[in-house]
Design a protein around this ligand. Sequence first.
Ligand SMILES: [Fe+2]
Length: 296
Amino acid sequence: MLRDTQFRHITVSPITGALGADIHGIDLASHPDDPAFDEVRRALDKYHVVAVREQNLTPQTLHTVARRFGPFSGNPVHAPIEGLDDIIRFVREPDDTGKVIGEDWHMDLAWMAKPPGLTMLYGEVIPPVGGDTCFSSLAQAYRALSPGMQALLHDRIGVHSGKGVFEINAANSRLALREDAQNIDTIEAEHPIVCVHPATGERYLFVSSVMQSIKGLTAEESRPLIDYLLRHAVRPEFNCRVRWAPRTLTIWANPFVLHTAINDYPGYRRVTYRTTVEGWVPMAVPAASDTIAQAA
Ligand SMILES: [Fe+2]
């Protein structure tokens, strides 16, 4: 297994050449010292998805660990577990059929004005085989576009809508939804299609499954372009696949990736806990550097 020698306090091993890393050698629940914790943050900036192995978390300690990464983003859809406002529980029972939670490529809560900056998902009960999560890098997707397409997309604004999100979630009988969750049908957020990371300056394509239109274009013009971008964004060379094990905590830089749950474990139980960390208002490329050159 390749080890990234930039990291000295934890063991970081890339999953693919596109994104993602496995992390060993840190126990997040025992309040690791700042250098080790900072390296997890740095690994997230570099790899956008990290699978932190061999953790031993309860909902309460997941809450404590998550809040060290930042405040809760809020979640207008799912009802939290009792006593912890920022933790939700996903359950799939062995005899459940139909779609699994999170099936189909998406970004979590992309229709919020400030989509979560991080999503953290802890595996408590994991099938012996199957149930992986796939990720795709929106930074790689941006870099792979032609200069002409990059130029076309600069200064363009995508409209992301919560319409239909309630219905998808309500169709899953295991999901607890907030009483006012239906209100998300009316929420829309406008995000630049080409964004920059506020800290690293890295450029990425901000597309999501709930992107409905592109401002300034007609519906007929928008739809084929959105469909193309969504197909492009999940090309296999931009992907990694996290194979879960019990006690894995997977953390992803939510606006930088699309992800999808794999529905291939009928007959097995799966229990995970999720929380999200506040992000930022997606930022367009600053006017002064508004060229089609790729970010360093
Ligand atoms: Fe998700």
